[in-house]
Design a protein around this ligand. Structure first.
Ligand code: CAA
Length: 385
């Protein structure tokens, strides 16, 4: 594994950093306060090719790789985690499976607009009774001539309201349990497809988290991704890749909170000295710096394995587990370093603290990552990705 970035990876990283600092930083607090989706800056991300970094140029992407994707995502998350999650869903949860399992006609129609930043996608797996237990799908799709008819509800769907395309997982043959799950791309505006509500959240307040409802929604057979019964495999393989992005998001959140803590430790005085001169604060900063580096290295290793087309599912689970715990610990300590000022909005670390929490929950809770890792270390369970 190379620790140095290639010139292309460095350029994409620098471009993401420049966008984050010059355009996203100035709106990040306001959109969090108002829980407002940042259309303008998200559009800029698309114009710069950040919504399809590892997608081939032929399908509207930037034709780069997963390392470039994670370094860019970290830069965006360092400034605003809400922008980062929009980027991660378009790139990995939506873009990847359509690239991997779609036909050329599907890539042209459903992938190109998203990878080129002209539209958004979403990944609709979670249901009221299918969170960690993702096999327990209740949304049904019954075949009717050259259509399927969808009925059911999807919950907590990132980009759900904004997305033009939803990748929806349904049961086409309930008797076959998870072997009867099938994936479909459902276009916004399809009769019977509605967005029921947008969630009011603790963190990532500017991202769009919605409930999708399907009532006698007729979807052409041409919108089926892969064969009938392939849906669960598609979902699981997608999440293996998605978890690398969430690890990168968590590293970015931690790094952003750390930078603010460092600046504060250099300037705030107590007991006649800068607080950074006090050993108790130094220890906190040293622990933060070490954990962030370790989380970043785990994340890059998972991305590197993926780019080499080697098994990476367990490496991705380890990266997400460690990076999300790091984000939570670092943002907690960042508030501690700031003392009372950390608890108020002006110093911003409270936003990082609120945003960090979800990284331990979505795309598989920390407990699910431990399950994936434990099965691997105990043996007898393939790392399929
Ligand atoms: N790749 C391909 N196939 C896989 C796989 C993988 N990584 N993992 C499992 N499978 C296959 C298995 O081979 C098995 O197939 P067979 O029955 O043919 O042998 C099948 O899937 C079932 O596998 P398991 O027996 O391992 O299933 P399980 O129910 O015991 O455990 C789980 C699966 C790991 C718990 C899984 O359900 C899981 O990851 N749950 C978490 C779901 C999740 O991450 N949800 C996130 C929602 S999206 C989101 O959060 C987006 C957002 O907001 C940004």
């Amino acid at each position: 594994m190379h620790l140095e970035l290639t010139e292309e990876q460095r350029m994409i990283q620098a471009m993401a950093r420049e966008l984050a600092e010059s355009e996203i930083a100035s709106v990040a607090d306001e959109i969090d306060r108002e829980a407002r989706f940042p259309h303008e800056t998200v559009k800029r991300m698309g114009e710069l090719g950040l919504m399809g970094i590892a997608i081939p140029e032929q399908w509207g992407g930037s034709g780069s790789d997963t390392i470039a994707y994670v370094v860019a995502l970290e830069e965006i998350a360092k400034v605003c985690a809400s922008h980062a999650v929009v980027m991660s869903v378009d790139n990995s949860l939506y873009g990847e499976p359509v690239l991997r399992s779609g036909t050329d006609a599907q890539r042209e129609r459903f992938l190109k607009p998203v990878a080129s930043g002209h539209a958004h996608g979403c990944f609709a797996l979670t249901e009221p009774e299918a969170g960690s237990d993702a096999r327990n799908q209740h949304t049904l799709a019954r075949r009717d001539g050259d259509h399927y008819v969808l009925n059911g509800r999807k919950l907590f769907i990132t980009n759900g309201r904004e997305a033009s395309f939803a990748l929806v997982f349904c049961q086409t043959d309930a008797a076959r349990a998870h072997h009867g799950i099938t994936a479909f791309v459902v276009e916004k505006g399809t009769p019977g497809f509605t967005v029921a509500k947008t969630e009011d959240k603790l963190g990532l307040r500017a991202s769009d988290t919605a409930e999708l409802v399907f009532e006698e929604c007729r979807v052409p057979v041409a919108n089926r991704l892969g064969d009938e019964g392939m849906g669960f495999t598609i979902a699981m393989a997608t999440l293996d890749g998605g978890r690398i992005g969430i690890a990168a998001q968590a590293v970015g959140i931690a790094a952003g909170a750390f930078e603010r803590s460092l600046a504060y430790a250099r300037e705030r005085k107590a007991f006649g000295a800068r607080i950074g001169d006090h050993q108790m604060v130094q220890w906190m900063l040293a622990d933060m710096a070490t954990a962030i580096d370790a989380a970043r290295l785990l994340t890059h290793r998972a991305a590197w394995l993926k780019d080499r087309e080697e098994p990476y599912g367990v490496a991705a689970a380890m990266a997400k587990l460690f990076a999300s715990d790091t984000a939570m610990r670092v943002t907690t300590d960042a508030i501690q370093v700031h003392g009372g000022y950390g608890y108020i909005k002006e110093y911003r670390v409270e936003r990082y603290f609120r945003d960090a929490k979800i990284t331990q929950i979505y795309e598989g809770t920390s407990q699910i990552q431990k399950l994936v890792i434990a099965r691997d270390v105990l043996g007898g369970h393939d790392d399929r990705a």
